[in-house]
Design a protein around this ligand. Structure first.
Ligand code: ADP
Length: 398
């Protein structure tokens, strides 16, 4: 265990949960990780994995403050507290203010607050986490790393919606994009794995988890991405519909009498793989049913892969060609079926799948999945947003 004071505590605070990890930013070694859940409820608890052992503690109905206090005491008890040099916080929305990660100051806190109308569920929770950390870890420098900031390099033709311009001017209505920390990590990792010069590279990335998006990264910078003002836009996801005719709102209102809130809930939480399959939002369940010939699971897989391939082909317009296509996230790192279908649909861009390599890249194995004669390279990269946050934090405090 590194006893020098250079490790970073990563905090990712949601409305009722708080994920954490302690990571060495140079070696990438993770000393502990865990999550506090059901915060504010009687059943609130915190659990973690340390040296291979899983442990947990009740929080006696406590919320975020209690979780951070319990985290502090646990880190002290494990001898990890003294090795922590700074705390890096994940923040969802940085609007147009934050083009990169930064040190937490009064002004930064205010600016995150000012972005709340863009992420009304997430930013307030992120701020609660920062304040709790400031209280229980006084004296440690804090940083914020945003999901949106990597996409601030998108040109205005990529982020502008064709609606009355005053909505952008007055209220910031535009495409922002998310998963930016993952895209930054994966684009760099892919270039290292393929021995490509990042400043002269055309990389497409599909980040496929419960939320899914893809992005066009040209010379290390985001040029376009599929998520928009919110994470609802773009690809078919576990429970989100992705791209859809906006008139669905008035249609569902007229046919079923649903309110705006109800329709928003349907499109975000009851659609996607779950909506089509009527089985599950979990890709593993869908794949199993697909293998057994279940019709709706097959349709869900087909729509998921078709939309993904179509969007990736569109991303190739933003990069003006493709050196590499990287798959990441729980689905991207594990589903050889989805990767195979997508790479085969993109054969016209120069991709040729190597079936055995594709099968081999699962459960943590990274690597190339296209053949040696493929004109563009398809590969699997394990994302590591926590390490990216730790690296940003270490760079900012040094
Ligand atoms: P999050 O977006 O919450 O971080 P993850 O990146 O962990 O999510 O991805 C979760 C998704 O990955 C789920 O749909 C899950 O079914 C899928 N997944 C995990 N393992 C596999 C696997 N072996 N095969 C197919 N899908 C998988």
């Amino acid at each position: 265990m590194a006893m020098t004071k250079e490790n970073i505590l990563i905090i990712n605070c949601g409305s009722s949960s708080l994920k954490f990890a302690v990571i060495n930013p140079s070696s990438g070694e993770e000393f502990i990780n865990g999550i506090a859940e059901r915060l504010g409820e009687a059943e609130a608890f915190i659990r973690w994995k340390f040296q291979g052992n899983k442990e947990s503690e009740t929080l006696n109905g406590g919320a975020h403050d209690a979780a951070v206090e319990a985290l502090l005491h646990m880190l002290e008890a494990k001898g990890l507290k003294e090795g922590i040099a700074a705390v890096g916080h994940r923040v969802v929305h940085g609007g147009e203010t934050f083009k990169e990660s930064c040190i937490v100051t009064k002004e930064a806190m205010q600016a995150i607050e000012d972005c709340t109308h863009l992420a009304p569920l997430h930013n307030p929770a992120n701020l609660v986490g920062i304040k709790a950390a400031q209280k229980h870890f006084p004296g440690l420098p804090m940083t914020v790393v945003f999901d949106t900031s990597f996409h601030q390099s998108m040109p205005d033709k990529a982020f502008t919606y064709a609606v009355p311009y005053k909505f952008y001017r007055e209220n910031g209505l535009r495409k922002y994009g998310f998963h930016g920390t993952s895209y930054r990590f994966v684009s760099r990792a892919a270039c290292e794995m393929l021995d490509l010069d990042i400043s002269n590279s055309k990389i497409l990335i599909a980040h496929l988890g419960n939320g899914a998006s893809c992005a066009a990264v040209l010379n290390g910078e985001s040029m376009d991405t599929t998520m928009g003002l919110t994470p609802l836009e773009g690809l078919v996801m576990g429970t989100r519909c992705g791209n859809i005719d906006a008139n669905v709102f008035s249609f569902l209102n007229k046919e079923y009498g649903y309110s705006i809130e109800e329709i928003t809930d349907i499109l975000n939480k009851k659609s996607g793989l779950l909506g089509i399959s009527e089985l599950s939002n979990d890709c593993r369940v869908i794949e199993e049913a697909y293998m057994e010939g279940n019709k709706q699971a097959t349709l869900a897989m087909d729509v998921f892969c078709y939309v993904l391939a179509k969007q990736l082909a569109g991303m190739a317009v933003a990069t003006g060609g493709v050196d590499a296509l990287a798959f990441t996230g729980g689905i991207g790192e594990n589903s050889d079926i989805i990767r195979g279908k997508v790479v085969e649909a993109l054969a016209f861009l120069g991709f040729e799948l190597d079936k055995q390599r594709n099968l081999d890249c699962r459960f943590g194995n990274e690597g190339v999945i296209s053949s040696d004669t493929s004109r563009a390279t398809a590969l699997v990269v394990s994302t590591n947003e926590e390490l990216m946050i730790a690296k940003d934090t270490a760079a900012l405090i040094s």
